[in-house]
Design a protein around this ligand. Structure first.
Ligand SMILES: NC(=O)c1ccc[n+]([C@@H]2O[C@H](COP(=O)([O-])OP(=O)(O)OC[C@H]3O[C@@H](n4cnc5c(N)ncnc54)[C@H](O)[C@@H]3O)[C@@H](O)[C@H]2O)c1
Length: 219
């Protein structure tokens, strides 16, 4: 995603990740592709870390909330800590980052906020109740935010992205995997569709796109 944004002409891409090595590698890939990149270790569930990092960075024009975690298990086996962590990263962190960058976007008269949700926000599968709950929740938040911006701050754009399985899913998703005849999508395809969605100011990006219609029919 970062490389794709750099190729589209973003003057600087900054990757914040709790995994410093991963963030550094992403920045290296962006620079290898001819872009300018920054990286930093950041736990997006920590408002204090976000605030201090964002104050040291150039203003954000495009915010992409991509961090996400999944712990799949039957509802009685998933731990309280795993549930709290999924809610923290997959939902609450979106509030933290959006509320941190929006004032500056409004002051500068523009910006685009992107939330990476999931196809899990339109469907149901065994053993992922907390993960699905976070993705349904973040989707509702993003759609409401888009309406709020459309009404009061139309210069701020909002896009929600819903990929199907990007890579071989963890063992917890076997139930769904066995039922599914839909092939996995690649990270490159998700990145391409996300950037296209930003450029065209789409409310919803589903990858693959036909999945949205299938899921609406099935639910
Ligand atoms: N992989 C899939 O099949 C799939 C399908 C649909 C949606 N998604 C969503 O796409 C997004 C990316 O998923 P992925 O499969 O590329 O996962 P990934 O694990 O490869 O990437 C997620 C990144 O988030 C980072 N992260 C986790 N917790 C963090 C925290 N507290 N603070 C900062 N960074 C943190 C991780 O270090 C990692 O680099 C997630 O939101 C995920 O829910 C994934």
């Amino acid at each position: 995603m970062c490389v794709r944004l750099a190729r589209e002409g973003c003057s600087r891409v900054t990757c914040l990740d709790v995994d410093l090595e991963g963030a550094r590698e992403t920045a290296r890939l962006v620079e290898a592709a001819g872009g300018r990149a920054g990286h930093a270790k950041c736990d997006v569930t920590r408002r204090d870390q976000l605030a201090s990092l964002l104050s040291s960075l150039p203003p954000v024009d495009v915010l992409i909330n991509n961090a996400g975690i999944v712990s799949g298990a039957p509802i009685l086996q998933v731990t309280d800590e795993q549930i709290d962590n999924m809610i923290g990263v997959n939902l609450m962190a979106h509030f933290h980052t959006i509320r941190a960058v929006l004032p500056s976007m409004l002051k500068r008269g523009g910006g685009h906020i992107v939330g990476i949700s999931s196809a899990a926000a339109f469907t149901a599968a065994a053993n992922i109740a907390p993960y699905a709950a976070t993705k349904y929740a973040v989707t509702g938040m993003m759609y409401s935010l888009r309406e709020e911006m459309r009404k009061f701050h139309p210069e701020i754009k909002v896009t929600s992205v819903h990929p199907f399985f990007i890579s071989p899913p963890p063992h917890c998703l076997e139930h769904w995997q066995k039922k599914s005849r839909i092939p996995d999508v690649s990270a490159t395809e998700v990145a391409d569709k996300t950037v296209e969605g930003i450029k065209r100011n789409k409310a919803t990006v589903v990858v693959p796109s036909y999945l949205y219609h299938l899921l609406v029919l099935l639910m």
